[in-house]
Design a protein around this ligand. Sequence first.
Ligand code: IPD
Length: 256
Amino acid sequence: IVVQSAVKQEKQVSSKSTPTDLVTETDHQVEELIISTLREKYPTHRFIGEESSAAGVKCELTDDPTWIIDPIDGTCNFVHSFPMVAVSIGFAVRKELELGVIYHCFDGTLYTARKGHGAFCNGVRLQVSKEKDVSKALILTEIGAKRDPATLDIFLGNMKKLLSAPTHGVRIIGSSTLALCHIASGAAEAYYQYGLHCWDIAAAAVIIREAGGHVMDTTGPLDLMSRRVVAAGTREIADCVVKQLQPINYGRDDTD
Ligand code: IPD
């Protein structure tokens, strides 16, 4: 409701790590609301939030129960009222992801999953695509915040390789979490990105895995802090996508 009503109003926009990494007062407001509500219920739990981390709070995943929050994923979309904006909340215990909730703020779609209990969209069970042939795959990605010429060359080169692999196509919607929900629902076969953060992937990883899919680092098992991810309905498609990619170094969430 906070995001939906703020969309119609004038926004105070500022930038964080780069001029394209945007934040608004609504990002802060929603993060404070989520953290204070959860803290009241779970006073001993820890929190990793996009805006708290940007403000200097250490981004550290310990064995303690930890909520990993992106208050507005797709802030640039939110600024433009482009209707792909989500709130994402993941929950990890002993560094294992247990719960994921992603709310699409424009159409009210709610994606939920709990480890071992399946993934759902507005209560309807989700199932990833079973396609194994990359030439029949629709691939999703996001650009990330770096726009220097060398990074863009690698980004566009990766996209060119995937388009000519061949695949059915590559799409960018401006929200990592909602793109990842499309992998969980089987609307696309794979997602890859360099430069996303732990709060972009935490909730979505539970949802995709519970929908039968695979979520990993481009170099091995998923590392929440590595800022690299490949997700796919099948292992075959994930492996084919990884083979096409030239890495982009964004550093790590827990050291930078
Ligand atoms: C970003 C968006 C964007 C993606 C970035 C994310 P934010 O999240 O999902 O599409 O390219 O990597 O960090 O900053 O809007 O919460």
